[in-house]
Structures are given as C-alpha cells and as structure tokens.
Design a protein around this ligand. Sequence first.
Ligand SMILES: NC(=O)c1ccc[n+]([C@@H]2O[C@H](COP(=O)([O-])OP(=O)(O)OC[C@H]3O[C@@H](n4cnc5c(N)ncnc54)[C@H](O)[C@@H]3O)[C@@H](O)[C@H]2O)c1
Length: 261
Amino acid sequence: MAGKLDGKVAVITGGASGIGRACAELYAEEGANIVIADLQEGNGAVAAVQERGREAVFIATDTSEEGSCENLAALAIEKFGAIDVLVAAAGIGHAGATSDVADDSSAMLLVNQPLSSWQRVIDVNLNGVMLSDRAIGRRMIEAGNGGVIINIASIMAKVPQVGVGPYCVSKAGVWMLTKIMAMELAPYDIRVNAIGPGFIDTPMTAGLNVSETGRWAMAITPMRRMGTAEEVASTALFLASDDASFYTGALLHPHGGVFTD
Ligand SMILES: NC(=O)c1ccc[n+]([C@@H]2O[C@H](COP(=O)([O-])OP(=O)(O)OC[C@H]3O[C@@H](n4cnc5c(N)ncnc54)[C@H](O)[C@@H]3O)[C@@H](O)[C@H]2O)c1
C-alpha cells in the first residue's frame, strides 16, 4: 500500500528523542527518508528508521546556532538531494534542566531568574525554530517544489504558568512565527503549521506524574491522562501529508481537551 510520504525527505530537529523521534518513526513507516538533527546522538532514531526500511542520517545540530542550521540544510541536500518536510521539534523545558516540570520556587520567577536562563530558553525554543525554518525554507524556495514546515509549539503558547515563564513566552513566539512564515512562504507553495501539544509522556516530562505540577496538569486535562509522542506524531503526519493541502498558518492541539481558546 502506498505510504502518505512515499519518496519524501523529512528533516526532524530534536529527532533523537520523544516527539521528534516518534515523528521520524511514523514518517518512515509512511515512506519518507529521514534526517535526524539533534544535539544528542541519534543512533537509536537512525536505527529505528532503518528497521522500517527507509534511509536515515544523523547530523549533529545545535538549532540555536545559525551556522549549525545552515550546515544542517546543506548536508541534508547533499545526502538526499532535496528536503520536502521540516519538523522543528528541538526544545527545552527550562535552561539547564532536562525536565519540563515547572518549579514555582521563587528562583524560577521571571523577576528573579538570571537573564542567561531566559536567554537560553528563547535561543533554543524560539530562535532555534526561526533559524531552522529559514535555513530549510530557503532551500525549499530554491528547489521550487513547495514543501511543509511543522513547528512544535505547546499549549503553553496560550496557557500561562508561573515557573516556566520563558518556556511559555518562547512557545507563544513560535505560534506567531508560524503565522508569519506561513504568509511569507505561501507564494512558494510551502505550508507552515504548528502543533501545540498538551502534556505528553516523553523524557522532557519525566517526573511530572509525581509532582504538584503533574496534579495541576491532569486537573486541566479533561481526558485525565498524558498523551503519547505517537499521538503527536499522527498530527504531524496529517500536516505533512496531502490530507492537509489547504492548511497553513494553523495551530493544531493534540491535548486531551485542555481549554486553550
Ligand atoms: N513533552 C511535552 O509534554 C511537550 C508538550 C508540548 C510541547 N512539547 C515540545 O515538543 C518538543 C519535543 O519535546 P519532547 O517532549 O519530545 O522532549 P525531549 O526532551 O524528549 O526531546 C527534545 C529533543 O530536542 C533536543 N534538543 C534540545 N536542544 C536542542 C538544540 N539546541 N539543538 C538541537 N536539538 C536540541 C534534545 O536533545 C532532545 O532530543 C519540544 O519543542 C517541546 O517543547 C513537549
């Protein structure tokens, strides 16, 4: 049976883990070859794509660095000849932390945080998405074959939460960035959309279940459970495929019913 992404090439930032990796696996099942771009090694993700019968390459990338994103775009073209889809999933919960679990101690308040903590989150989550979008968007424009860009935002683009201020602001920025990029790239048949997941079970949210924040998260999630990375990947597959051919500038929410509007 034909896959929804047969013959396509997808670059996935943050593809080594969590939501990015689930996208890589699902896209490969649907026929795409995959570039895994991540700060951490991506051997597991590359092997998972290959097990599904598709080609994969890992390119070490720091999306917060302009030169690194340009290098990613150039190497991806060198390897596969074209880029059809970008999923910009690389992100961090807060500076210097591996967990997204909010900490409402006074040290995490915006009024008390060191500027460097704010800057790191904005650098990765907002500047990194912009740099990835434009490095790959330029290549798509040059190739003239259209394309799809999917930015991973969050419900936190719309739901403010004390303790993760920089994260919320960065994701709100990704949502506006997505709308602007959609307008800029529409004339080139490049669709740009965002996904704003709710609480998803990934390494970023390890520990959420047992925290005060975790109880709050379930209280605002009518379905009373965390989502899976696969449930976000299926949204990313829809947006990447021709099923979403009239979607651009949209923000889709796999979030179990969290009230965001
Ligand atoms: N897990 C959730 O509940 C949730 C909810 C909403 C949005 N998101 C967003 O989804 C995206 C993926 O998160 P996840 O939950 O899969 O977390 P994750 O920690 O499993 O994956 C994030 C990946 O991004 C990579 N990364 C971090 N900084 C990078 C950089 N500068 N350059 C390149 N790669 C970098 C990490 O190495 C990691 O592999 C993030 O943007 C996150 O903000 C997650």
